[in-house]
Design a protein around this ligand. Structure first.
Ligand code: FE2
Length: 130
């Protein structure tokens, strides 16, 4: 069974595991723009030692290309763990990240989030050129 069969999709407005991708709908070729990926915009995902979002990875597939490019990997490593026990720590990373990128062709952004117990969840967003 291909790995892709293990990546689930849903609308981020209805499913708390799906990352929302925020960026302009259209950008100028070669001009940097910001992309924000985050969960919890519609429904909060737990952020505990036992249950949390471990990472979000972002890919871009330009129209006409066979392969997608890996454009970002964002790991969220603090979830309340401490020597006193689970959820006794004072540091929690939130599952939100932003980065800059540029493209010279339209295409599709794909974001994949990894919940430590509920697996992989994907969303996508079209990106046009101005
Ligand atoms: Fe989960």
């Amino acid at each position: 069974m291909p790995m892709s069969n293990n990546v689930q999709t849903a609308d981020w407005k209805a499913e708390k595991h799906v990352p929302a991708i925020e960026c302009p709908d259209a950008v100028k070729p070669g001009e940097m723009f910001e992309v924000k990926v985050a969960l919890g915009k519609a429904a909060e995902h737990p952020n505990t030692t036992e249950h949390h979002i471990a990472w979000i990875r972002v890919f871009f597939r330009p129209d006409g290309d066979k392969f997608a490019y890996d454009v970002g990997y964002f790991a969220f490593n603090a979830h309340g763990a401490s020597v006193a026990g689970a959820n006794k720590g004072s540091v929690y990373t939130h599952y939100t990240s932003a980065f800059m990128m540029k493209v010279d062709r339209p295409g599709t952004l794909h974001a994949v989030a990894c919940c430590n117990i509920h697996g992989l969840w994907e969303s996508e967003k079209r990106l046009a050129l101005k």
